[in-house]
Design a binder for this molecule. Structure first.
Ligand code: MRU
Length: 352
C-alpha cells in the first residue's frame, strides 16, 4: 500500500516528544507537531489534530509516556498521584471513542502493577508499553485486512463514511484495511467516499489517503449515497467505529446510521470494522454511549470564506450517531467476523 504514506503518530528519537501529523491541515499541508505538554496533547485530541479511534488511543499512550518522563524528579508517591491526574485529564478530551480510555487505562494499570519500583524503572516499563500498544494496533489492522478480504470481489464498489483509514487507525486502517490488501493483491476496487459533513474527514482524509495510495476513489457528497447505491455501484459498505456496545450497537461519525438505513433499503451488506479495543462490554447498548457535541461554528462557518448561515441561527452538532445492531451485517475484528446474534457471538469470540 506504500506509495506516498504519511507518518501519523510516533515518538521522537530521544523520546522527548510525541510527533503527530496535524490532520486539520490536510489535504493541503503536511505539518508535524512536536508535543510534550499535557494541555497541548489534550488540545490535539480535542481539535482533531490527531483523530480516529485507534490513532487517538496510540497517541494517548505515547503522550502519557512523554509527559510522565518530565515527572522523573518526583518522589515515587507523588509521581503516582501526578500520573493519575494527568491521565484523567487526557481522558477528558473526547468522550465517545473508547480507545482513548482503553489505552490510558492500560498505561495506568502498568504503572500500578509496578508502583513499588523506582520512577526511573516505571518510566522504562511505560516506554515499552506504549510501543507495544502501537505495534499491536498495527498488527490488528493487518488481521482485520485479512478477515475482511473475502468480503470483496474484484471490481466491487465499496462505500465508506468518514475516515477509518491509516490516518485514523495507523497500519492498514480498519474500514480501508481489506481495500488496501485487495489493492496490494492487484484487485480493482472502486471506493465511494462520503465527504462527511461538517468536518469533511471523507473529503480531506479518506479520498486523500486512498488517492495517494493509488486506490480508485470517488468523492461524493453525503446526500448522494442513496443515488450511488440505487445505480448499483455499491456492493458493500465498510465503516469504522468509535465504540461498539455489548449488543453490537455502535457509535461512529455522524451520518453512519443513515448510511446503514440506506444500505438495508437497497439490500447492500453493511459492515463495521474495528479492533477489540473499540468493543466496550461495559456498555450494554447504544443508548448508554455518550455522544460528543461540538461547536456549532463547525457547521456555520468552518471551511467557508463567509459564514453559510446567520450567526443567530441555531445549529445542532453531534459528532457521532449510533447505528442499531439490527442494521449490521457483521463486525470485522482482528479475531474474525462476528455475525448476529451479536451479543452472544461477541462474548464468545472475546471469551467474556
Ligand atoms: O471525529 P473523528 O474524525 O475522530 O471521527 C472518526 C470516526 O468516526 C471514525 O470513523 C472512527 O474513529 C473509526 S476509525 C476506526
Amino acid at each position: 500500500m506504500e506509495k506516498e504514506r504519511l507518518d501519523v503518530v510516533r515518538l521522537s528519537e530521544d523520546d522527548d516528544y510525541v510527533i503527530i501529523l496535524d490532520q486539520t491541515k490536510l489535504p493541503n499541508k503536511q505539518k508535524y507537531l512536536y508535543l510534550n505538554e499535557e494541555e497541548e496533547c489534550w488540545k490535539a485530541i480535542k481539535l482533531l489534530q490527531v483523530r480516529g479511534a485507534p490513532a487517538i488511543g496510540v497517541f494517548a499512550a505515547y503522550a502519557a509516556y512523554v509527559i510522565a518522563r518530565k515527572m522523573n524528579h518526583l518522589p515515587n508517591e507523588q509521581f503516582l498521584k501526578e500520573y493519575h491526574r494527568m491521565s484523567e485529564y487526557l481522558n477528558s478530551s473526547r468522550p465517545t471513542a473508547v480507545n482513548l480510555s482503553w489505552a490510558l487505562r492500560r498505561m495506568e494499570d502498568t504503572v500500578n502493577a509496578n508502583k513499588d519500583k523506582t520512577v526511573e524503572e516505571i518510566l522504562q516499563i511505560l516506554s515499552e508499553e506504549c510501543r507495544k500498544i502501537d505495534e499491536e494496533n498495527e498488527e490488528m489492522t493487518r488481521k482485520i485486512a485479512e478477515y475482511g478480504l473475502p468480503l470483496i470481489k474484484d471490481g466491487d464498489g465499496i462505500l465508506t463514511h468518514c475516515n477509518a483509514g491509516y490516518l485514523a487507525c495507523l497500519g492498514y486502517g480498519t474500514a480501508t484495511a481489506p481495500i488496501y490488501l485487495a489493492h496490494e493483491k492487484g484487485m480493482k476496487i472502486r471506493v465511494y467516499s462520503d465527504e462527511t459533513r461538517p468536518l469533511l474527514q471523507g473529503a480531506r482524509l479518506t479520498s486523500y489517503e486512498l488517492a495517494k495510495s493509488g486506490v480508485d476513489v470517488t468523492l461524493i457528497c453525503d446526500n448522494m449515497a442513496s443515488a450511488v447505491m440505487k445505480q448499483g455501484l455499491v456492493n458493500a459498505v465498510f465503516v469504522g467505529c468509535d465504540r461498539i456496545a455489548a449488543n453490537g450497537d455502535f457509535a461512529n461519525k455522524i451520518g453512519t446510521s443513515g448510511v446503514a438505513i440506506l444500505a438495508k433499503h437497497y439490500g447492500i451488506p453493511f459492515y463495521t470494522l474495528g479492533p477489540s479495543s473499540t468493543i466496550d462490554f461495559n456498555t450494554p447498548s447504544g443508548e448508554e454511549i455518550k455522544i460528543e457535541e461540538r461547536d456549532p461554528g463547525e457547521i456555520r462557518e468552518m471551511w467557508y470564506e463567509d459564514p453559510m448561515a446567520l450567526k443567530e441561527v441555531k445549529c445542532y452538532n453531534p459528532a457521532f450517531d449510533v447505528t442499531d445492531h439490527e442494521l449490521l451485517t457483521g463486525i470485522v475484528t482482528e479475531r474474525g467476523i462476528v455475525y448476529p446474534p451479536f451479543e452472544e457471538n461477541l462474548k464468545k469470540l472475546f471469551n467474556k
